[in-house]
Write a protein that binds this ligand. Structure first.
Ligand code: IMP
Length: 423
């Protein structure tokens, strides 16, 4: 029997590329959909049949019947937020308990991790990361320092382990002089979430996934955030705390590199970033505001304004390299429908130096642009490549040439139906 493969679907810039929608479209081709990194800092929006769902921890394969969904060991999970998210889906008629398995090795986000997230951000003053406030950094820090609690801990002696860790967090918060907080209600919900989570299959998902691969089943690894937010390869320290790149699929699901098949890299026809940190393509003018407004670029988790700019080929080339992207998926082409000129950042410049390689620190670098004619046509009603206006075809061909990677899917609207395969 031929072994199955793990295909990866990764955001390759700053997240918010629309992974949820594509996973949902791809799911019928796979047996398992698995999240391998991140936690409720993600907000994967899926719209179909007039209904909108925002998934945070649950894989976007949950809407398809007969598919197994897995929250892998590389993820962090907050029981209260998980309960809220899962109950919304249950109320909408989706059966979760039989189709969602959670790794015993995934780490738990405690209410006090969230307080620590706020306290550490406050202590940073001007250098705030602008986190989502979901306790991501403190939870992954604790994983690395080997003091965290894992989902498997819910099954034995949990209350005592919880009290010990919470006391340690309270001590740290006192040392940070951050004492003005009250988590009474949050903790009540969190403990309710713990009881709720125990009703799920809390299992050794790495064994389950590898067994499935041996049986010839295929897995879709659903990324969270994006390459530029990766703890190693992103714009450190303005990053999230996990490996969002393809290497994170192996560590975050417990699968060998040889099991990786296609690596789909998702990007938008323009760029966005939420939170602080350098962003060489950022537009501070009316064009940036127009992209934000037309593209509804407001955070799915925090509601914050997303910073907007033109597409960034320096970042994309770097991401394609570190992830080994085999196919590109371009989202939200329709957002640029009304612009007479489309710009693409082809290099960065600083103090007379020009580079096409991602610098160690992108602070102070500005974009060098190439201008291309806009298509000025409504793309949202198009259903096939044959109907694309020539200028849009040219934009795609330009990106493929520059990035040396084929664009195989373009999305021209939020609905499942507005997803067009090329070639
Ligand atoms: P954290 O992951 O909450 O620690 O946030 C770290 C940085 O990553 C902040 O700049 C966030 O705005 C950003 N971030 C985290 N998750 C997402 C996401 O799903 N989409 C876009 N940005 C994100």
């Amino acid at each position: 029997m031929t072994r199955g493969k793990v295909d990866a679907l990764l955001g390759i810039v700053f997240g918010d590329e629309g992974k949820g929608k594509v996973v949902d479209v791809f799911t019928p081709k796979y047996d398992i959909v698995a999240r391998f990194a991140g936690g409720p800092n993600a907000g994967h929006t899926i719209i179909f049949e007039g209904k909108k769902f925002v998934l945070r921890s649950i894989p976007s394969g949950i809407f398809a019947e007969n598919k197994l969904n897995i929250i892998g060991n590389g993820c962090v999970i907050a029981p209260d937020l998980f309960m809220q998210e899962a109950r919304e889906l249950e109320t909408a008629g989706y059966d979760l308990k039989n189709r969602l398995h959670i790794s015993k090795r995934a780490h738990l986000i405690l209410p006090t991790h969230r307080v620590l997230d706020r306290a550490l951000e406050a202590a940073k003053g001007k250098n705030k990361v602008g986190t989502t406030g979901k306790g991501i950094g403190p939870t992954y820090s604790e994983k690395a320092s080997r003091t965290g609690l894992r989902v498997g801990d819910l099954l034995e002696n949990f209350e005592e382990k919880y009290r010990t860790l919470k006391a340690r967090h309270e001590e740290t918060l006192r040392q940070l002089h951050y004492t003005d907080y009250d988590i009474t209600e949050e903790e009540r919900l969190w403990l309710e979430g713990v009881a709720y989570m125990r009703q799920f299959s809390l299992v050794d998902t790495e064994i389950e996934i590898n067994r499935a691969l041996r049986e010839g089943k295929n897995v879709l690894a659903e990324g969270a955030q994006g390459t530029m937010l990766d703890i190693d390869h992103g714009t450190y320290p303005f990053v999230s705390s996990s490996n969002t790149v393809c290497g994170g699929v192996c560590t975050g699901l417990g699968v060998p590199p040889s099991a990786i098949g296609e690596v789909f890299g998702i990007f938008k026809a323009y760029s966005t970033r939420v939170g602080s940190g350098p962003f060489p393509v950022e537009l501070f003018d009316e064009t940036g505001d127009r992209i934000r407004e037309i593209g509804h670029e407001y955070g799915a988790v925090t509601g914050r304004n997303r910073r907007c700019g033109w597409v960034d080929l320096v970042a994309l080339k770097y991401a394609i390299m570190v992830n080994g992207v085999t196919q590109l998926i371009m989202m939200k082409g329709d957002v640029l429908d009304t612009f007479p000129t489309i710009r693409a950042c082809v290099a960065y410049q600083k103090d007379g130096e020009v580079t096409t390689d991602m610098p160690f620190d992108t602070e102070g670098w500005t974009a060098v642009y190439k201008d291309l004619p806009g298509w000025q046509t409504d793309l949202t009603h198009l259903t096939s490549e044959a109907d694309f206006p020539q200028a849009f075809k040219d934009y795609i061909a330009f990106l493929e040439r520059e990035l040396e990677t084929p664009i195989t899917i373009v999305s021209v609207g939020p609905d499942r139906a507005q997803t067009i395969s090329l070639k």
